[in-house]
Ligand binder design. Structure first.
Ligand SMILES: [Fe+2]
Length: 264
């Protein structure tokens, strides 16, 4: 399997806290059947300002360490960018780290509780430069989780969607699990990744979530989410989005039903 979203580089963000933890994460990934991992440290202005050079240096160091330790896990460079209005300008200046430094796919994270008004425009301007945005864990965004049609809109306009394994297995809460399953049933998911942050709770594992996904979309498509499509992304090849099935719908949570009742 290929994991295209992980925080395995040590001491760059809220992921691996030390080189030792990076090694433990690498061993866990290999034991789970992951053979390639894209390191995607957070880049958030004023919080985690990891540059391309910083990421490339950290990846080279970790690759060497894994080779020295005999851990058969290939590490590729990447980053997870918080959606900010100036992403297209930073891309134009050559400042952004695309997946595998291929200049084709950019992993973009929305804030947890809203979809900024500039989202569509930023995605459009990235695509004008030949870069496809990959929306990191849309199931964990409160707006997209409640209104899948907003995710459909972004995907129909060229974005891809990556859901997190721990959302599918339920480890990240009921709402994320419900939304992840809805998106899977609707054919609106293109990638399944670990978004691993450490070696104890948010671990670099995908096998269990791939099996859960297979119950919803079948083995072939579940495998595509962790092998075929990630391989295309790291090779800078096209990922075909497929048709979104509008008919499937997410049953509203108790909180949503109460909200609807009181807002009548
Ligand atoms: Fe992440």
């Amino acid at each position: 399997m290929i994991d295209i979203h992980s925080h395995i580089l040590p001491e760059l963000d809220d992921g691996a806290g030390s080189l030792q933890e990076s090694l433990e994460m690498g061993q866990l990934a290999v034991a789970d059947g992951i053979r390639i991992m894209v390191a995607t440290p957070h880049v958030i202005s004023g919080l985690y300002e990891n540059s391309r050079a910083t990421i490339l240096t950290a990846v080279a160091h970790l690759k060497q360490t894994f080779a020295d330790q005999g851990i058969p896990l290939e590490i590729l460079p990447g980053a997870e960018y918080r959606l900010e209005p100036d992403l297209p300008q930073r891309l134009c200046r050559g400042e952004l780290m695309t997946i595998n430094d291929g200049g084709r796919y950019l992993l973009v994270e929305l804030p947890a509780d809203l979809v900024p008004n500039c989202t569509g425009q930023v995605f459009y301007e990235l695509q004008l430069q030949g870069v496809t945005p990959i929306i990191a864990h849309p199931e964990r965004n409160l707006v997209l989780a409640r209104r899948p049609a907003q995710l459909h809109y972004l995907v129909r306009h060229g974005a891809l969607a990556q859901i997190t394994g721990d959302s599918v297995t339920g480890l990240l809460g009921a709402q994320a699990a419900r939304a992840a399953k809805t998106f899977l049933r609707q054919g609106c998911v293109h990638l399944l990744a670990s978004d691993a942050h450490n070696s104890s709770q948010r671990t670099p594992t995908l096998a269990a979530s791939r099996e859960k996904a297979a119950q919803l979309v079948g083995q072939e498509e579940a495998t595509n989410l962790v092998q075929g499509n990630p391989q295309r992304v790291i090779n800078s090849q096209m990922v075909t989005p497929g048709d979104i099935k509008e008919t499937a719908h997410q049953s509203p949570s108790l909180l949503d039903r109460l909200r609807q009742y009181f807002l009548k």
